[in-house]
Design a protein around this ligand. Structure first.
Ligand code: GDP
Length: 360
């Protein structure tokens, strides 16, 4: 599964948030093939469409798509030089598909800040710097080898150009992901180097509840990381929410004036940051969301259910959730001409409700 690695300086609330994530995690029974590991939180992606589908198809159960979060142990200044858990830390990050940095915004004199003061901008800088330094080392090491390969015409010259451009970006203090977001920097030629800062990033500001309601303060923090996505939550509050049952949690959330739990937001933004979307299937057994990359074709989507579905793909019967919802049933959607037969070339759209036809 695709995972999002949670990183951050010590004492910013990572464990608190991660514990809330794991308490919130889907019942293992629903996911017989999911291995439960202590440092992985499998979090359901909230999706109201599934409830509606389950009603329409009288499905026995609902299976949400999930997002996997991995707790990556402490980074400190100097990690790229092997300080603290440095090397292990970098190895763990390499394995994650995206990185989520938790940043301390809450004020609490009883909780020591590792750098002596609460400054989101400095915290972001500290982590970025470690990842940037690690990438610069990787690039420096790779350059002579690739230079030789280019001379011997065993590698495209573009690769060398890309390395030099990447070094320039990193030396200016920017991550490659930032450059991809703001300047369309193309990392195709750098893929094989497994750089850290090309990974999609998202930021979680762990803040007090008064900040959650303060749009001006949030805008200030958001500006620190733009155009990269930022979300705001109160980790302590989220941990309390995760202890409650669904009904109680909803009431508690409403009492604070929040529309969506922070962890739900995190799952949603994380999913999107990973470049993923879902399509839906429904029947008497289950209403279910399946995870596919944006841009996946119908046979690729079928392959997520079973490789045989992809190999023997004939066509897909597709109706958008919106059309199905409006018409109230599959039969009504069909009479209204909203159910389409799509072939091999069809590119899936988020929320497509699908039934595949295939040869076995
Ligand atoms: P980690 O080192 O980043 O994993 O941080 P922890 O989750 O262990 O949190 C460090 C301390 O900060 C603990 O005493 C938490 O109870 C406290 N803490 C975490 N989140 C919040 C928060 O949102 N508000 C306040 N006031 N304290 C928090």
């Amino acid at each position: 599964a695709l995972t999002i690695g949670i990183v951050g300086l010590p004492n910013v609330g990572k464990s608190t948030m991660f514990n809330a994530l794991t308490k919130n995690q889907v019942l293992a029974a629903n996911y017989p093939f999911a291995t439960i590991e202590p440092n992985v939180g499998v979090v359901p992606l909230p999706d109201a469409r599934l409830t509606r589908l389950a009603g329409m198809f009288t499905s026995e159960r609902i299976l949400n798509a999930t997002v996997d979060f991995v707790d990556i142990a402490g980074i400190v200044r100097g990690a790229s030089e092997g300080e603290g858990l440095g090397n292990q830390f970098l190895a763990n990050i390499r394995e994650a598909e995206a990185i989520c940095q938790v940043i301390r915004g809450f004020v609490d004199d009883d909780v020591v800040h590792v750098e002596g003061k609460i400054s989101p901008a400095d915290d972001i800088d500290t982590i970025n710097t470690e990842l940037i330094l690690a990438d610069l080392q990787t690039l420096e090491k790779a350059r002579p080898r690739i230079e030789k390969e280019v001379k011997g015409k065993r590698a495209p010259a573009d690769q060398l150009t890309a390395i030099d451009a990447a070094v320039e970006i990193l030396e200016s203090g920017k991550t490659l992901y930032q450059a991809m977001q703001s300047d369309n920097f193309d990392v195709t030629e750098l893929r094989e180097l497994q750089l850290m800062t090309v990974k999609p990033f998202l930021y979680v500001f762990n803040v007090d509840d008064d900040v959650l309601a303060d749009e001006e303060k949030k805008a200030e923090m958001r500006a620190l990381v733009a155009p990269v996505e930022a979300i705001f939550l109160d980790a302590k509050f989220e941990a309390e929410l995760a202890e409650l049952d669904e009904e109680e949690a909803r009431e508690m959330l409403e009492s604070t004036g929040q529309e969506e739990a922070g962890l739900d937001q995190l799952a949603r933004v994380g999913f999107d940051t990973l470049g993923l979307q879902t399509y839906l299937t429904a029947g008497p057994k289950e209403a279910r969301a399946w995870t596919i990359p944006k841009g996946a074709t119908a046979p690729e989507a079928a392959g997520v259910i079973h490789t045989d579905f992809q190999k023997g793909f004939i066509k897909a019967e597709v109706v958008s959730f919106g059309d199905l919802d409006v018409n109230g049933s599959m039969a009504a959607a069909k009479s209204a001409g909203k159910v389409r037969m799509e072939g091999k070339e069809y590119v899936m759209v988020d929320g497509d409700v699908v039934e595949f036809r295939f040869n076995v």
